[in-house]
Design a protein around this ligand. Sequence first.
Ligand code: ZN
Ligand code: ZN
Length: 576
Amino acid sequence: MAKFALETIRHSASHLMAAAILELYPDVKFDIGPSTEDGFYYDFDFGTTKLTTEDLEKIEAKMTEIADKKLPFERIELSREEALKLLSEKKQNFKVERLADIPEGEAISFYRCGKFIDLCRGPHVDNTGDIGAFKLTSIAGSYYRGKESNPMLTRIYGTAFADKKELKAYLMQIEEAKKRDHRRLGKDLDLFSISETVGPGLVLWHPRGGFIRNTLETFWRKEHYENGYDLLYTPHIGRSNLWETSGHLGFYKDSMYSPMEIDEIDYFAKPMNCPFHIEVYKSRVRSYRELPCRWAELGTVYRYEKSGVLHGLMRVRGFTQDDAHIICTPEQIESEIEDVLNFCLHIWKTFQFKEIKAYLSTRPEKAVGDPARWEQAQKSLVNAIEKSGLAYEVDEGGGAFYGPKIDLKVKDAIGREWQTSTIQFDFNLPERFQINYIGEDGQRHQPYMVHRALFGSLERFFGILIEHFAGAFPAWLAPEQIRMIPITEKQHEYCLNATRELKKAGFRVECDTRSESMGAKIKDARMQRVPFMAVVGEKEMQSNTFAIRSRREDQLGQMDLATFMKKLQNEVDNKL
Ligand SMILES: [Zn+2]
Ligand SMILES: [Zn+2]
């Protein structure tokens, strides 16, 4: 066991950084410096001084100097008056405001480390030598208290670990992640773009990205029909009374866009598909005999996200959920949940994600719905997870007020975890919309309702896939599967004929007839992550073959077209 928790080390590193900055920039004003999921940051006001990434090195050197001195973190408790006096003397106006946030009666503690003294709750490591290894990573602007009307501060990010080895492994992962950044690959591979003219957070799918999306959708639809789902299509907007009934205008309004008016009635772009599916259910009387309803839709929704949090495909304002709702009887719920979870796992394995972990969130204190139903719902979730053999964690009381849920997190090729599928019970909407079915007893009963998404959204899933495969999509997803490379003009006709044959057989192939060298053509095909190259020179033409190179296995030797097609078809069929 490490001596200190990682977050304690990281938070202490933020003090260390602040101490170094105080020495280098004596007039700096401090805001706060918490630890984060992968490091720490501290917000500063440097006045008119502008910091660049080059300054980070200097700050790091100063941090090392202080760390080596093994200066202790000393806790000092002050009265509110004393604290105010100290901070005012140091002209730390942000800290004065933060002091006012501390409730009456709570201890006001400061931590001193060398010359730097900070208003802080703690805890910290014992001395600056306990911060094993650290690195400053970036600089960004950040509004004081996250509010755009407040002054812009300078946020410096860093990370820290218990030792140098862990830091090194983390930094290598970051390097690898940069190479795989879906925003960069999206541009290099011409997959998608986001245009300021169209609007931030709104994705334009280019032909190559569009091809992949179409392949994903086709796969998704086929799998859903095979797993007993029906597909729905519902509109993008719905009138205000729908969203009042659903409760969205009550608790979700901040994430919805302003309405548009049609015939003097407000219509809202949908942030969710559920109310529409419920209206399909309510379109007539339902009998227990037709349950379960498993209704899926690739439904495009619009949600407001602050411009500061938008991020490539990962966080957007318009996206297509691979949504589904299961409406069933209490007797059916257990096997339905089991099926959904297995369906999820099948999907993730198809895309070559091997490590999957489940997170179960249970009933919070404030909740709607019958406690007995919560009990049954949670039991069905636990049973399904245990039968699947997945590792899982329980967030006791961490569920939404309307029902318990399972979230899945998958690990990608470089070990990063992504939150993806969700299986979420809902005791709220069936109540609000008064949905029911006629049971065997001839009486009306309230069904169970479950929301679930496998990919999450197509946009985010695509982003994850780009990074997971580093743009090198398996042949079944690759927008271009084969690049035909004639070495000289003499082979053009031969190659163009083969290109036509391959296209006729349903493969996606391009022929590079530019007057570039073979080396340059191969390099370009590699850059575009094309799974196979078919190089043709005099020798291949004579023997009626192709020199096949695979992105994965390199040189595969000479093959005739039929043999190559068979190999390719095998990769496609097995989604290799
Ligand atoms: Zn602290
Ligand atoms: Zn839903």
